[in-house]
Each structure stands twice: as C-alpha cells, then as structure tokens.
Design a protein around this ligand. Structure first.
Ligand code: FAD
Ligand code: SF4
Length: 297
C-alpha cells in the first residue's frame, strides 16, 4: 500500500517525491523508461540522441517549423532528460513571470506566481541539484537570498580568451550556473546529449533518485502509467493506481514544470486550492496533483 504514486522520474517527479519522502510518505515512483547504464559505453557515439535506447519517438513534441521532421522524440529513462541535459541551471528572471505578450498572445495564460514567491524554492532546488555558479557579473541576475551552493569551476584558457574579448567589446560575460560536480568532472568531450559516464553530472537520477531510493522510495521502471489526458477537465486514472486512497502526483509533464514550481506546489497546494479540503490543483498536463497532505510549509 502506497501513500503516493509519483508518475515520471524527471525533475518534477523527483521534487515531488523528495517532499513526500521527507514527510514520511510511502512513495512508489513509476517511470516508463529504465536506468541508463554508465561507464565507458556512455562515451560512445551511439550513446547520444536518437541512437540511445532511452530516446523515445512516441513522445508527442511537435515541430512547427524547421527541424528534421514534424515529430520530435524525447528521453524516457530514470531521471528523465536530465540524464542527457546540458547541466545549465538558470533561474527564470523576475520579468519572466509577468507575461510576455508575444508569447502569451490571446491565450490568457499567465504564471500564477511571481518570482519572489518561488525564490526560496529555487534556492532549495539549487541545493538539491548542487549547482555551481556565481552570478555576480550577470546584469540580468534575479534577486537571490543565498549564493549558489558551490563556486563555479575555473575557466579554461580558451574561455578566458573569450571573456577578455567580450569585456573589450563592452559585454558582461559571466559563468553559466552548472549542475556539475566539479570535484569529479574530468571535462570529457561529451556532456550535453550524453549521460555522464562517471556520474559527475548532477542529473536527477544520480543526485536525487538514488538518495530517494536509499530513503525508502520505491521505483518501478519500464512502467507506463495508465493516466490519460482527458480534455480540459482533469485526468482519468486507469490501472492499479486508480484507488482513491492513493494520491497521484504527475511529474510526467512532457517538458516544462521547473523544479521550484513543483517544490512550491508541494508546499502550498492547500493555499492555492482556496483552502478547501481535498485540494486538487490541475497540473499542466491536466493530471491531478494531490500532495497537500504532506505539506510542510
Ligand atoms: C539534450 C537535452 C539537453 C537539455 N539541456 C538543458 C539544460 O542545459 N538546462 C535546462 O534547464 N534544461 C535542459 N533541457 C530541458 C530539460 O531537460 C527539461 O526541461 C526537463 O527535463 C523537464 O522536466 P520535467 O520534470 O517537466 O519532465 P521530464 O524531465 O521530461 O520528466 C518526465 C518523466 O516522466 C516519464 N514519463 C512520461 N510519461 C510517463 C508515463 N505515462 N508513465 C510513466 N512515466 C512517464 C518520462 O520518461 C520522464 O522520465 C535539456 C533537454 C534535452 C533533451
Ligand atoms: S565528466 Fe564532466 S564534462 Fe564529462 S559528461 Fe561528466 S560532467 Fe559532463
């Protein structure tokens, strides 16, 4: 018997599971993909992009223009695309939350939060993902309550030359915040689109799921959940996890809920649902999220 079933083990799912486990819940995490093998094989050309078995072509990203076709695949594996990502861990800027007319258009879509509400959760996500950075020289950096948990790695010689040239041009170069353990990283020539052979990349599988498993979270790989999208109104659960006593948290978002939002959802679902009992907040893909019982905020 589980208190909660988390669907998907990417950023969103891992952050939800982290909150639930911390609050003592019994958590089952379903993931449609498998663990990605590491070691030297991860450096081979066949370990990148659509050549890897983790690349699933049935993930419904549509390419509206350009690209190599109308449908784009994605990564289905424990840790989600974070296993293959480029480790760049920017926060959104304050103005990103105010709605860009060019993006929002007539859709009426708008962020339900402002940056200041999410700032503590950005800080928590950065600690969990062990981000190394320094935004002192970044003129666009948003307000932060604490520095990055780790300093950036020293610049390579070629990067120093780029910085010098950029400064000469009157630009303001700064370090990218990176989810990389610089004490272990050997600066190999594969990173973005490859899994890290030596687990120096602070991806979700390495940095979050393994510790969660050690704390009692059960993962079930190669399990595609039976939740289906159902128009605008909500999700219809199928399969064994439909029982009302089990709370469903969907981290299977098909791209896009930033970790702070998932952490914040865990802490404030009770308030955002208007203080009603049975707090249910529609997730972006219209599946229902009910993790308010473990809210510790
Ligand atoms: C090559 C690459 C490089 C990137 N580099 C960066 C970068 O440097 N910085 C950055 O900020 N972002 C980067 N991104 C984007 C980033 O990885 C995504 O935005 C992020 O992973 C989305 O997180 P999520 O939790 O919303 O969903 P995901 O991480 O996609 O997690 C969803 C998980 O749910 C699983 N799932 C889906 N449906 C089901 C189902 N029915 N049942 C069970 N499991 C299911 C999926 O397999 C997946 O593991 C990169 C992406 C790629 C592909
Ligand atoms: S060793 Fe460093 S550069 Fe290479 S994949 Fe791992 S984190 Fe990236």
């Amino acid at each position: 018997m589980w208190d909660a079933v988390v669907i998907g083990s990417g950023f969103g799912g891992a952050m939800a599971a982290h909150r639930l486990i911390a609050a003592g819940a019994r958590v089952l995490m379903l993931e449609r993909g498998d663990w990605v093998p590491r070691g030297e094989q991860a450096w081979l050309p066949g370990a990148s992009l659509e050549l890897t078995p983790a690349y699933a072509k049935d993930i419904p990203y549509r390419c509206e223009a350009g690209g190599h076709g109308k449908l784009i695949g994605g990564y289905a594996c424990v840790g989600g695309p974070s296993v293959y990502y480029g480790c760049v861990a920017f926060r959104f800027r304050e103005r990103d939350f105010t709605g860009d007319r060019d993006v929002v258009g007539a859709s009426g879509a708008a962020w339900p939060y402002r940056y200041d509400e999410l700032e503590p959760y950005y800080g928590e996500a950065e600690r969990l993902l062990r981000i190394a950075g320094d935004d002192a020289g970044d003129p666009t950096a948003p307000r932060r309550a604490a520095p990055y948990p780790f300093p950036p790695a020293p610049l390579a010689h070629v990067s120093e030359r780029v910085v010098d040239s950029a400064v000469d041009l009157g630009l303001s170069p700064f370090h990218l915040p990176l989810a990389i353990d610089h004490g272990r990283c050997i600066a190999c020539r594969t990173c973005d689109t490859y899994a890290c052979a030596i687990e120096a990349k602070n991806d979700v599988a390495t940095t979050m799921i393994r510790p969660l498993v050690a704390r009692g979270c059960q993962t079930s790989q190669r399990q595609r959940s039976g939740i289906e999208k159902r128009g605008q109104g909500g999700a219809e659960g199928g399969g064994p996890h439909r029982k009302a006593q089990t709370h469903l948290s969907s981290g299977a978002t098909w791209g896009g809920i930033p970790p702070p939002r998932q952490l914040q959802r865990g802490a404030s679902a009770g308030r955002t649902a208007g203080g009603q009992s049975g707090n249910e907040e529609p997730c972006r893909n219209r599946a229902m999220v009910r993790i308010s019982d473990w809210h510790d905020g």
